[in-house]
Design a protein around this ligand. Structure first.
Ligand code: DX5
Ligand code: ZN
Length: 232
């Protein structure tokens, strides 16, 4: 099986006991922790910042923290997230006036960098910055809220992104992750993987399926996502 990564979005976690909930999902077998940052400006919702990221590190979370910035502008806060323990920082091209500069800033801060594409944002933003990108993130919902329905057209866009990435990897030997975010669950993750994704964000599908009989509340749901991935 390919090296698939599951990235629970903590947007749907229990914020009143975030550290414990994240530790449980990690112990249940999650790979990355997907960290959704919203500013009530670029998207119509407001969430969490660097303080919460460093609090998770102090609590003992060691996994890769994948920070998804849904904010505008992005540059001021990028170094703060790097200092707070982020490993990957992705942002939307619409959130930066100087995309190449913001990508370099992420790398210079010591993190892996990536661009995020809304459902209607064209992939051409990749064309002149592939060398500065470690992750491509395709939104399969419009950003701002958890619990929305997967937009099917994303499957076509994933195939297009996969082609671009594979061509780049063939030429340079350097790998780029292809992540999908929004409405992912055990029923659709197989076809999403078949379309080319290797990293899967899931918020409500994971945190909404807690099972108190599981040793770590989320073992059953993480296992069922992996079982669906094994069919891809
Ligand atoms: C949406 C966020 C997503 C969201 C995913 O703007 O970027 O990460 O939390 O949640 P689900 O999996 O519930 O669609
Ligand atoms: Zn996200």
């Amino acid at each position: 099986m390919k090296d698939y990564k599951i990235a629970p979005s903590i947007l749907s976690a229990d914020f009143s006991r975030l550290g414990e909930d994240v530790k449980k999902v990690v112990d249940a077998g999650a790979d990355f922790i997907h960290f959704d940052v919203m500013d009530n400006h670029y998207v119509p919702n407001l969430t969490i910042g660097p303080l919460v990221c460093s609090a998770l590190r102090s609590f003992g979370i060691k996994n890769i923290i994948d920070v998804h910035l849904m904010i505008k502008p992005v540059d001021r806060i990028i170094p703060d997230f790097a200092k707070a323990g982020a490993n990957i920082i992705t942002f939307h091209p619409e959130g930066s006036d100087h995309i190449d500069r913001s990508l370099s800033l992420v790398r210079d801060s010591g993190c892996k960098s990536g661009l995020v594409f809304n459902p209607a944002t064209p992939l051409e933003y990749l064309d002149h910055v592939m060398d500065k990108i470690d992750m491509v993130l395709l939104m399969s919902v419009n950003p701002g809220f958890g619990g929305q329905k997967f937009i099917k057209e994303t499957l076509n866009k994933l195939r297009m992104a996969r082609k671009k990435i594979d061509a780049y990897t063939k030429e340079t030997g350097r790998e780029i992750w292809l992540e999908v975010d929004g409405g992912v669950n055990a029923d659709n993750i197989t076809e999403i993987a078949q379309a080319g994704a290797d990293t899967f964000v899931a918020g409500s599908a994971i945190f909404g399926a807690a099972n108190d009989d599981d040793p770590n509340r989320y073992d059953t749901v993480v296992k069922s996502l992996r079982a669906s991935l094994s069919k891809a």
